[in-house]
Design a binder for this molecule. Structure first.
Ligand code: CMC
Length: 371
């Protein structure tokens, strides 16, 4: 047996949900550049789940279903109030709340296709409400109920602040959601597929995926980028900070990728958005610092920014708390996780690889009193 560390380059499944071929990312055959420019997040959700773009009536129907299921059980709100609100990370809260949500769905373990599709709608509809409810509760505020007349992106921002967001914020947030929706067999999606391939339920699959996304080598990188930008503080400090990090062989968060070696195609959209939004907020320094880090690190190490790098300054400019960046990634990626979960169920085989043993050779058991 031979091993491939981190399963690099291993093709572990077939999937029609999304592809990365020659550095181009597509969702069901549609290039991410086109979708980022033109599509609403709801259209992308439909595309990922159905393999084609919706007709107008189908899109309206999906939006109505998402709105219908966007409230969360009062029990979940009460449970959240009992969390140690100010000492836990919102990703830990989200992981726990999504797992709890399964307790209040009588059909959680019903494995028929239709039941699983309904669970997909419910999860996609409720995850923004969970994230924003947690955020409000820890600020000592009342949760804001979802508004059924707002689109997905607008409603998220509305539930976060209690105020109807400006169009420019909604458009930027929608684009960020579109860009994060799916990404082939990334770590959290693989986790979701491994989990449900045991024929475990959809809630378990999404809970497991959230756990995998939480780590700083995956979704947690966007928050870590903002932490670094804060530490650096100014454009002048970029060069000494980055040079020292390079000398100390430290990782610069938001750079590098297992699959993309010529740059992440999503990064340019976020870079453009970062420029626009930081100009509007009058805080161009976040964009300027990011560009300087990008130029310096890329020229010194040849490692390019990934989706998480410029999304940090984008979300910051939208006034979002830094530790909510990764939960927002989860809100979007839930659409992809669900597409993969439904695909896994439709053609399931248990995922059970092997490990090459490198432990001790044959041992003789020594009774406790003789050790
Ligand atoms: N900073 C410094 N060096 C790096 C970085 C980085 N961000 N990324 C890779 N390298 C170096 C790494 O040290 C290694 O050097 P050497 O060959 O001298 O040991 C070389 O590049 C190859 O890297 P690797 O760690 O073997 O690559 P990987 O495919 O195992 O890891 C990665 C990919 C994304 C985990 C890694 O690039 C990383 O840790 N980046 C920082 C965290 C990050 O931004 N994560 C978000 C990933 S994209 C969004 C998502 O999917 O969640």
């Amino acid at each position: 047996m031979s091993t491939t560390r981190g399963l690099e380059g291993i093709v572990a499944t077939t999937s029609s949900v999304s592809s990365i071929i020659d550095n181009v990312l597509t969702y069901q055959g549609y290039e991410i550049d086109d979708l980022a420019e033109h599509a609403s997040f709801e259209e992308v959700v439909f595309l990922l789940w159905n393999g084609r773009l919706p007709k107008e009536s189908e899109l309206e129907n999906l939006k109505a279903q998402l709105a219908e299921h966007s409230d969360i059980p009062s029990e979940i709100i009460e449970q959240m109030k009992s969390y140690p609100l100010n000492s836990i990370h919102p990703m830990a809260a989200l992981r726990t709340a999504i797992s709890s949500l399964g307790l209040y769905d009588a059909e959680a373990d019903v494995m028929e296709e239709e039941a699983n599709q309904l669970k997909a709608i419910k999860l996609q509809a409720k995850i923004p409400t969970i994230v924003t409810t947690f955020s409000r509760l820890r600020e000592g505020k009342e949760p804001v109920s979802p508004r059924k007349d707002l689109g997905f992106a607008a409603n998220f921002l509305y539930m976060l602040t209690g105020e109807e967001p400006e169009e420019i914020s909604v458009n930027a947030f929608n684009k960020a959601l579109v860009l994060h929706a799916d990404h082939e067999l990334n770590a959290s999606t693989f986790t979701a597929r491994v989990c449900v391939a045991t024929l475990s339920d959809v809630y378990s699959g999404i809970t497991a995926a959230i756990g995998a996304l939480k780590g700083p080598l995956h979704g947690g990188a966007n928050e870590a980028v903002m932490k670094m930008l804060n530490e650096i503080g100014s454009v002048e400090n970029v060069e000494p900070y980055i040079r020292k990090a390079i000398d100390n062989k430290e990782k610069i968060m938001g750079f590098g990728h297992r699959v993309y070696k010529n740059g992440d195609p999503r990064a340019k959209h976020l870079k453009e958005m970062s420029k626009k939004l930081t100009e509007i907020t009058g805080e161009s320094k976040w964009y300027e610092m990011s560009v300087k880090i990008d130029e310096l690190f890329t020229s010194e190490k040849g490692i390019l920014p990934n989706v998480d790098f410029y999304s940090a300054s984008v979300y910051h400019s939208l006034g979002i708390d830094h530790d909510l960046f990764t939960p927002i990634f989860a809100v979007s990626r839930t659409s992809g996780w669900l597409a993969h979960i439904l695909e896994q169920y439709s053609n399931n085989r248990l995922i059970r690889p092997r490990a090459e043993y490198n432990g001790p050779g044959k041992q003789v058991y020594i009774p406790l009193e003789k050790r």
